[in-house]
Design a protein around this ligand. Structure first.
Ligand code: SAH
Ligand code: SF4
Length: 374
């Protein structure tokens, strides 16, 4: 059986080379060819012995994901939809800014958490992505963008695991994928520039602290358990006190000295001044839960019909942000990027209602020609 090399972190690649009876340093060479130079054809890898290249051809491959669709927004945001088979597609979003360029990756096709405000959640869960499918999104975007820009310089400076899926419910694939992102022989990103976003899978937050501590974002969305139970059903299993405890513990290992809390602003649901006051009490420990040094990231809700929810008016967001800032909590309101292409993270499509619809949409998408690589 042929193995997809994108599935392997450097340790995995080393073990694979040893299995082939090759020296360990061949793993580094392979890793560099694939991740630093974007090669997928073993014949390109000219400093590998011809005998090794032949051996590799029979046993390994670099499995790129087929692009189903590409959207380029007026503000430079690019969204790709990748086919992962079985009628499932996942999205990857590239967000260029002045001082950084962020890639938002998916970790699952669908999601089992089922948050009320999330179109991925409304689709239900299809399957976990493999480590190779997570890395393939980065591999493609990085090398595609370099080719278009005619550069061999690194394009992507930051990764956020904020696309489709709950990364900490796909832990086995997440960790090798993160290790490849961080590896100096691959993408060489610092731990501070790789962010895992989670709805709060408490035991896995503790494991991530041990196995691969990167920056952590926690999707909070509510300052008290009954409301959070309703918006993020996982809260029933891991309520706020446990979640904040895990955040506190994580900070002992984290590359940053704060946790980013994400808070999706929903009109009349969680955006009132009393919610802001409860939130301040919550994160500062005044509500009797573990205090967590944090930054607050307010996200304007990206509406879709099946949610039955509305985006908070700008004035409500501003007032909410003001209350938090006045309490000394660093608060940012996330810019909506790529609005014209529906590229908010977690938004495969505004009108996705169930898995069958994804299939229909995919069928339509297939008929749209993909822009050729420049
Ligand atoms: N499952 C992880 C990561 C993917 S979702 C998590 O929940 O954290 C990434 C972010 O997008 C989360 O903060 C999520 O709450 C947010 N999000 C989901 N649907 C959204 C929507 N319709 N509008 C705005 N933000 C949304
Ligand atoms: Fe899953 Fe995150 Fe969407 Fe919740 S917000 S359903 S955890 S992808």
């Amino acid at each position: 059986m042929s193995i997809s090399l994108l599935d392997l972190d450097l340790d995995g690649m080393t073990a694979f080379c040893e299995q082939l009876g090759e020296k360990r340093f061949r793993a580094t060479q392979l890793f560099r060819w694939i991740h630093q130079r974007g090669a997928s054809d073993f014949d390109q890898m000219t400093d590998l012995a011809k005998s090794l290249r032949e051996k590799l051809k029979g046993r390994a491959h670099v499995a790129a994901l087929p692009v189903v669709q590409e959207h380029v927004s007026a503000d430079g945001t690019i969204k790709w939809l990748f086919d992962v088979g079985g009628g499932n597609a996942v999205e990857t979003v590239f967000i260029p800014e002045d001082d950084r360029a962020t890639l938002c990756l998916s970790s699952q096709a669908g999601c089992a958490v089922g948050c009320r405000f999330c179109s991925t959640g409304h689709q239900g869960f299809s399957r976990n992505l493999t480590a190779g499918e997570i890395v393939a999104q980065l591999w493609f975007a990085e090398h595609q963008l370099r080719a278009r820009r005619g550069t061999s310089e690194r394009v992507i400076s930051n990764i956020v695991m904020m696309g489709m899926g709950e990364p900490l419910q796909n832990y086995g694939a997440l960790v090798p994928a993160l290790r490849t992102m961080l590896d100096d022989h691959a993408y060489g990103l610092s731990r501070r520039r790789v962010t895992v976003s989670t709805s709060g899978v408490v035991p896995m937050i503790d494991r991530l602290a041990q196995d691969c501590p990167v920056a952590l974002a926690v999707s909070l969305h509510a300052p008290e358990d009954p409301l959070r139970d309703n918006l993020v059903p996982l809260n029933r299993k891991y309520p706020l006190a446990e979640l904040l405890g895990a955040c506190r513990r994580y900070l002992d290992h984290a590359p940053r000295d704060f946790i980013t809390f994400e808070y999706c602003m929903l009109d009349g649901v969680n955006d009132q001044p009393e919610h802001a006051r409860e939130l301040i009490a919550l994160v500062t420990g005044a509500a009797g839960m573990p205090a967590v040094p944090c930054k607050l990231n307010l996200i304007p809700f990206n509406p879709f019909p099946a949610s039955g929810l509305r985006r908070s008016p700008p004035a409500a967001v501003a007032a909410f942000a003001r209350l938090l800032s006045d309490a000394g909590i660093v608060t940012t309101v996330r810019k909506t990027r790529g609005d014209d292409i529906d590229a908010a993270c977690g938004q495969l499509a505004g009108d996705v209602q169930d898995r069958t619809r994804v299939g229909e949409r995919m069928a339509k998408l297939r008929t749209i020609p993909i822009k050729p690589v420049a």
